[in-house]
Design a protein around this ligand. Structure first.
Ligand SMILES: [Zn+2]
Ligand SMILES: [Zn+2]
Ligand SMILES: [Zn+2]
Length: 150
């Protein structure tokens, strides 16, 4: 945790930003809830528990800054809510998501798995791929287990 904060601090510094206490509080919440795909409001409510003096606008600006610096990715699972997702350190491309249509859970696939597809796209469309968003919609293994038992 501390070493990741230290690295995020360096990323901010190399873009001439400081890790202010407000920014640090926001980063800590994101790290503590790494797999939760929090909205700006979710992040704000969690930040407020520890630092009641921080306002929504500050949290929002911090999230935008972290997005700009590619420390977090902003995603939308089709419900109109922007969610913030920490980027895996050293990952060239964004991870994939499995969204369950029954319980709404979101699981992650950290492996890229798209090398072959990317090669085809780059060749056939002469398109240089920098990143991608991939969301699978379906039924998670937990919901499948429940159905099997019924
Ligand atoms: Zn994710
Ligand atoms: Zn990729
Ligand atoms: Zn499910």
């Amino acid at each position: 945790m501390e070493s990741r904060i230290e690295r995020i601090k360096q990323q901010l510094h190399s873009a001439s930003y400081k890790l202010t206490p407000q920014r640090e509080a926001t980063v800590r919440v994101l790290l503590e809830h790494e797999e939760d795909h929090l909205s700006a409001e979710d992040v704000y409510l969690l930040v407020k528990e520890k630092s009641p003096e921080i306002g929504l606008a500050t949290v929002y600006r911090t999230l935008e800054l972290l997005t700009e610096l590619k420390i977090v990715d902003k995603i939308n699972f089709g419900d109109g809510v922007s969610r913030y997702d920490l980027r895996q350190e050293g990952a060239a491309h964004f991870h994939h998501h499995l969204v369950c249509m029954e319980c709404g859970s979101v699981d992650e696939i950290q492996e890229d798995l798209l090398e072959d597809v990317e090669e085809i796209v780059e060749k056939q469309w002469n398109f240089k791929i920098k990143d991608h968003r991939l969301t699978f919609h379906g039924i998670c293994h937990r919901c499948q287990d429940k159905e099997d038992k019924q």
